[in-house]
Design a protein around this ligand. Structure first.
Ligand code: SF4
Ligand code: SF4
Length: 145
């Protein structure tokens, strides 16, 4: 680069505001087409598992709470997901989407990367299954001497 052109750039830069964004203190609105966290609408899910079959990263699992009443919970592995949107395209029932607002997914440990998506009561039922009813203990009989 010629010295004259370089001096011109330097002098122009002296009077310009920096273009660096002050993230995370200031956040710009994200574009509507940004592919962020996968969203799941359990009311639309039929349990067909096409999303599980088509996901190239094995990032989704469908957990069955009650098949008869179509109660399903999606286990979503954000650390495996490549955000390709194949699961969204494959779902014929519009049960999956991608949030353009939830995209800040970094974490310091692996635990936050496995999400359970679904109705709160169904997630609770999976996390804390009802304990089995204990079978009655037979009372020993004492035979007379
Ligand atoms: S493809 Fe859609 S309807 Fe089928 S299991 Fe996945 S989310 Fe549910
Ligand atoms: S966006 Fe792609 S990688 Fe992520 S869960 Fe859906 S199909 Fe799998």
């Amino acid at each position: 680069m010629r010295i004259g052109a370089m001096l011109g750039d330097i002098s122009r830069s002296l009077f310009k505001r920096p273009v660096t964004e002050r993230y995370p203190f200031e956040r710009r609105p994200t574009p509507g087409r940004l592919r962020g966290l996968v969203t799941f609408d359990p009311a639309r899910c039929t349990g067909c598992k096409i999303c599980v079959r088509d996901c190239p990263a094995r990032a989704v699992e469908l957990l069955v709470v009650d098949k008869a009443t179509k109660r399903f919970v999606m286990r979503f592995h954000t650390d495996r997901c490549t955000y390709c949107a194949q699961c969204v395209v494959s779902c014929n029932f519009d049960a999956l989407g991608m949030s353009h607002e939830q995209w800040e997914l970094a974490a310091l440990s692996r635990e936050p990367f496995a999400l359970l998506l679904g109705r709160p009561e169904d997630v609770e039922a999976l996390l804390n299954p009802p304990s089995p009813v204990p079978s009655p203990v037979a009372t020993p009989t004492v035979s007379p001497a």
